[in-house]
Each structure stands twice: as structure tokens, then as C-alpha cells.
Design a protein around this ligand. Structure first.
Ligand code: AMP
Length: 620
């Protein structure tokens, strides 16, 4: 293996490399750096994020540009603001001994005037997102007519995000004789076509195989009933007390909901998706980087460019629609030489996707069981025991110890240990004692076909004559009730009424929501149906799709007050005071949830005593 020196890098860069603690070049660096230093050639490099590709193009670019000139000589295009800032920071570190170097980041959502001012000061290298770059070119705030090197970083992502036109437009303002270096994790047809169109006889290097996942990542899947997805997620988190993870959901709505639920359940989680303002996203990312957030719940688009090195687990809460996207997701862990685990929570109907992914990543998944309550309790206790064992003590605590010692003067060491650990043990033991095992998958699970005693079947007085088919009604219910894609099922639409199911845990919310709800000027009536079967026969209960009486809804609501909520909602825990930073986004979206207010507060008083919940311990 060659050293950085042997790759031909100059003193300034070698000194920075020493400062950063890089010992050996990574694979992509060992391949790309000598090529780019010694030849003026175009390059296509297939490399995953986390393989050290920024330095693979960054070192040669820094060595080749003239820092004594104020002309812009290098342009790096990246798909997201996050990645753009990351590359800029990395390049600044790599070039810290290159006197006169000015690397400027150009991205949307920040002042264009400030960015133009920085460029004007003489930016030899511009790192940009395509949209803002195009904007600045059209306003003549940048001049890229003399660049010698252009980099298309995460080219597949940029094309995925629809930047083809912008990239074409930007490159048309650059000289023909520049060198173009394209980095991509995967090689879909679009990337190959861009390489063909904009590059001349490019050198090609591949780190690992195309689309292949890095060798540092192991892949696991957990088969659960679709309705148990969230419970499964919590167990996976509980079984890994030091988890630092990105959890991928398919939609912005699910992302927000899962994050909200996790926060409400007492985990240190945050949401990252496109409906948040740039400022909110920056705050969430900052908390994640600082490890104040242990679980970042994100959409694929928002997670692009998250280059955080220590991510221990990627959790696919739902599989992506495009299975190629899985490679990007799993590439968020196992970075910078570390190992990582990519977990997939699947329902039976999605199992075939696992096989397709295995073909793409050329790796086998390990089928694993969702940990049982006993396993989780043990893991949590041992984790606590290890933390206590390795805790360094100082003198500051001494003054408090006297009275504590007095209290335990008659307690033996064994009893003290038992009592101490019972505090944590009781929390998990009591909690998991009440919850069911997630190991058994219903034969008919998989969305619409499932039948279970944990479900509630409802009658609703709208049907085909109101313009609904099962899909429209499902979407309508999901939207109104703010439920996820798997939460409403067995939707059966008749002429003037319909039936649908939710988990029993949602029953109260569903009924409360429809207490006084009007759709297109008429009351919509929802009742629990006596028939739980798939045929959806049920008794037609109100004689023709009209509300029977004005007060019916309210009456039912009063009756229901005596019902108990299922234990699944009992997973909420009193928040730790330091969780508050992540809750701003959540509150504003809970208006519908707030409807059964009386019931909710009733619940929180009676069921959630501080000691009967598993509580997350925060990462330091
Ligand atoms: P990248 O793929 O460029 O996003 O790099 C991933 C991480 O690896 C970054 O935090 C880099 O600072 C780090 N890194 C890059 N090259 C090396 C190296 N040769 N040795 C150790 N860490 C590296």
C-alpha cells in the first residue's frame, strides 16, 4: 500500500494530512490521486460516500490550482447544501497550509449577496449546488469561464434530484478544455450518458463493484406484521442503547410522524424532510452531528449528503420505492473505515424486495428476530452496568455522599446493587411484560389482507355514491386522521357506506375525530362495526348514509369515555428536560391529535407513571 507521500502530494498537503490524522490513503484516493496529479484527463470514479472521495479529488485539485491567482479555477457541483458545506469545510482543512487559498460555498437558502461578495474576493475553488450556481451565473455574479477542473460529486444523486438541465447549463459556461471528474456511488444510465456527453475519453476507476454496498456494512432484515413496524423500531433502538442512527421513511408525512412518535416515546429523535425550513433542517443536523439526537428520521431526499462518520445503524423503517436507493441509504453507515449495520423492517408482502436488493448489493441479508423484552432488558442492564463500571469519579460529589451513605448504612453491597439496578430493570421489565411478542407474523399480513383481534373495524356513512373507491377512502382517512400508509386497511367501499380497519390503539382517535366532522357539508358518521371479518358485511347501521341524529357522535364519545386505551399508547414517557430542543416542529402539526384532549390527559395521568417506562439514556 502506498503512502500519501508516494502518491505525489506536496508538503503543504502532507502536513495537513498529518494534522488530520489520516495514516494511509483510502482505496479511491490511492487510485485517483496519482492519476489526477499526473495527467490532465477526465475521470469517472465509482465510489460510495464515506470512502474518502472528497480527498480523492480535493488533494489533486488543491495541488494543481494557482493560489496566487484570484481567478476561479475549480468548480465542484454537489447535490445538497449539506454536502456542499461539508466539501467546503474538508477542502479548507486539506488546504490549511496553502497560503492564499479561498474556497467558497454557494448554495440556496442563504444570502446570494454574501456569497457573491466572497466569490469576488477571489475564490479559486467554488463548491456549489446546481440551482444556486445557475442563478449566480445568470446574474453574472460568478465567472467560471476559466475553470480548469470541474467535479460532479454524487452525480447519481444530482440526476435523481432533477438537476440534469442545470448541470448542462452550468457546464456550457465552462471551457471545453477543462478536466471533468465525475464521482458517483452508482452508475445508472443517466450518469453514463452525462459522462458520454460531457467527458472526453475518461479514465475509469471503481472502488468495490458498481452499486455494491461497502464491505464495512452488514445487512439485516426483520420480518414483522405491517402494523407492528413502529413497535419493532422501538425494540431495535432499545436493544442498541448506544445507537446513533438514520431511520429512513418513504414519505415526508411518515418521517414526521415516526419522529414525533419517537420523541413522544422519550427517545432523542429528530425529523429531517423537505417540509421543514432550511433553518429547522440546519438545527436538526447540528443536533445530530453533536449527537444530541440519537435517531434522525429522514426522507431519502433530505438525507442526501448526510456525511456523518459515526452512524452505527441505518434503519429502513420502510423500504424505498426504488430499490437502488437502498445502496445510498446503507452507505450512510460504515464510513471512514468503521463498521455499520443496515437494518430493514419488512412486512411479508415486501419480502421479495429483499431478494432484489441482495442481487444489487451483491450481499446476503441476515434474517433476524426482533429482540424480545427479556433480551432488551438484559442489554439495557448490562449497558448501564458497563457505564457505571467505567465512570470516572471526581471529588466534587464527595460532599453529597455523606447523607447518601447514611441512608444506606445498613444496606449490604449485594442489596445496594440489587436496588440500584432494579430502578432500571423495573422500567424495562414492566414495560415489556405488557407488550406482545413481535416474532409471529400473521399468515395474511401485508396490508389490506390482514385480520387480527388487535384491529378495530369501523362503519363509515360514505361510499361509492360520494365519489369514493377504496383507494380514495383510504387516502382520505389517512389524511384526515394523520395516519401512516399502513395504518388504515381492509377498506371496503359499498354504494352508500363503507368499512375500514385500524389498529385498536387508534380507535379512540378515529372516533373522536369523526365526532363532529363534516365532509362537503354533511356529517360523516363513523362507528365501530360489529363485524370484524374481511367481507366487510357488517350491519348497515344508519339506514342510508345520513347521520341519524345530531347528537349521536357526541353521545358515542361520552360512552367511549369508559373505554380504556390499549397498552400500545402507554409507551409514552415523561420527557427528559434536554429533549425539548427537537420538539418545535412537532407541536405545530398536532391539531387533530389534540381533539380528544380530555382523554389524552386522563391517560397521561393514570398510565404513565415515571417508573413504568423504558427510558433512553443519551449518548455523551
Ligand atoms: P468522504 O467519502 O470524502 O466523505 O470521506 C469520509 C470521511 O473519511 C471524512 O470524514 C474524511 O475526513 C475521512 N477520510 C478521508 N480520507 C481518509 C483517510 N485516508 N484516512 C482516514 N480518514 C479519511
Amino acid at each position: 500500500m502506498s503512502t500519501f507521500q508516494e502518491l505525489g502530494l506536496n508538503e503543504d498537503l502532507l502536513n495537513a494530512i498529518t494534522d488530520m490524522g489520516f495514516v494511509n490513503p483510502s482505496d479511491v484516493q490511492a487510485q485517483a490521486i496519482p492519476l489526477l496529479l499526473n495527467e490532465e484527463r477526465d475521470l469517472v470514479a465509482l465510489a460510495q460516500t464515506g470512502t474518502g472521495k472528497t480527498a480523492a479529488f480535493g488533494f489533486p485539485m488543491l495541488q494543481k490550482i494557482d493560489v496566487s491567482s484570484r481567478t476561479t479555477q475549480g468548480l465542484i457541483l454537489s447535490p445538497t447544501r449539506e454536502l456542499c458545506l461539508q466539501i467546503t469545510n474538508e477542502l479548507k482543512q486539506y488546504g490549511k497550509y496553502c497560503n492564499g487559498l479561498n474556497v467558497t460555498a454557494i448554495y440556496g437558502g442563504a444570502s446570494i449577496t454574501d456569497q457573491a461578495r466572497q466569490v469576488k474576493r477571489g475564490a479559486q475553488i467554488i463548491v456549489a449546488t446546481p440551482g444556486r450556481m445557475k442563478d449566480m451565473i445568470s446574474r453574472k455574479l460568478v465567472d467560471i469561464s476559466k475553470i480548469q477542473y470541474s467535479v460532479l460529486d454524487e452525480a447519481d444523486e444530482m440526476l435523481n434530484m432533477g438537476f440534469y438541465e442545470d448541470i448542462t447549463d452550468i457546464l456550457s459556461h465552462t471551457p471545453d478544455d477543462k478536466s471533468t471528474w465525475l464521482f458517483s456511488a452508482t452508475m445508472p444510465r443517466e450518469v453514463a450518458s452525462i459522462a458520454k456527453k460531457f467527458m472526453y475519453d475518461p479514465l475509469e476507476i471503481t472502488v468495490g463493484n458498481k452499486n455494491e454496498s461497502t464491505s464495512n456494512v452488514s445487512h439485516e432484515y426483520y420480518l414483522v406484521n405491517a402494523r407492528d413496524r413502529y413497535q419493532a423500531l422501538k425494540r431495535l433502538a432499545d436493544a442498541h442503547p448506544d445507537i446513533f442512527s438514520v431511520i429512513f421513511c418513504r414519505t415526508k408525512r411518515d418521517t414526521q410522524k415516526v419522529a414525533e412518535n419517537l420523541i413522544e416515546s422519550g427517545y432523542s429523535a429528530g425529523a429531517l424532510h423537505g417540509d421543514l425550513s432550511q433553518n429547522q433542517r440546519d438545527l436538526v443536523m447540528k443536533s445530530f452531528r453533536n449527537k444530541q439526537i440519537q435517531m434522525l428520521v429522514a426522507t431519502d431526499v433530505a438525507a442526501r449528503g448526510i456525511d456523518v462518520d459515526d452512524i452505527t445503524h441505518v434503519i429502513n423503517y420502510q423500504l424505498p420505492d426504488e430499490i437502488e436507493t437502498y445502496t445510498h441509504r446503507s452507505g450512510r453507515t460504515g464510513r471512514a473505515g468503521k463498521t455499520g449495520v443496515s437494518m430493514v423492517i419488512v412486512s411479508k408482502s415486501e419480502l421479495r424486495k429483499i431478494k432484489s436488493i441482495e442481487r444489487i448489493i451483491k450481499k446476503q441479508f441476515e434474517k433476524k428476530d426482533i429482540p424480545s423484552g427479556t433480551e432488551i432488558t438484559e442489554v439495557q442492564l448490562m449497558s448501564l452496568a458497563n457505564k457505571i463500571h467505567t465512570t470516572e469519579t471526581g471529588d466534587e460529589i464527595d460532599k453529597y455522599l455523606e447523607s447518601i451513605n447514611d441512608l444506606f448504612v445498613d444496606t449490604s453491597k449485594e442489596d445496594l446493587i440489587k436496588k440500584f439496578f432494579s430502578v432500571e430493570f423495573n422500567r424495562f421489565f414492566n414495560y415489556y411484560q405488557k407488550s406482545k411478542d413481535l416474532g409471529t407474523v400473521d399468515a395474511r399480513d401485508g396490508g389490506e389482507g390482514r385480520v387480527s383481534s388487535n384491529d378495530t373495524r369501523y362503519f363509515i356513512n360514505v361510499g361509492r355514491k360520494d365519489g369514493f373507491d377504496w383507494m380514495k377512502l383510504k387516502d382520505f382517512l389517512k389524511e384526515k386522521l394523520e395516519l401512516g400508509r399502513d395504518d388504515v386497511f381492509k377498506v371496503d367501499v359499498k354504494e352508500s357506506f363503507s368499512f375500514f380497519n385500524t389498529e385498536k390503539t387508534m380507535q379512540e382517535k378515529v372516533l373522536a375525530f369523526f365526532t363532529d366532522f363534516k365532509h362537503e357539508g354533511r356529517f360523516v358518521n363513523v362507528e365501530v362495526s360489529e363485524n370484524k371479518g374481511r367481507s366487510g358485511g357488517g350491519r348497515r347501521r344508519d339506514g342510508g348514509g345520513r347521520r341519524r341524529d345530531g347528537g349521536g357522535g357526541r353521545r358515542r364519545s361520552d360512552d367511549r369515555r369508559s373505554e380504556r386505551r390499549s397498552s400500545d399508547r402507554n409507551d409514552r414517557k415523561p420527557r427528559r428536560s434536554d429533549d425539548s430542543g427537537n420538539r418545535g416542529d412537532r407541536r405545530s402539526r398536532r391539531s387533530n391529535d389534540d381533539k380528544p384532549r380530555g382523554r389524552r390527559s386522563e391517560n397521561s395521568n393514570s398510565n404513565f407513571s415515571g417508573s413504568d417506562r423504558p427510558r433512553r439514556s443519551r449518548r455523551k
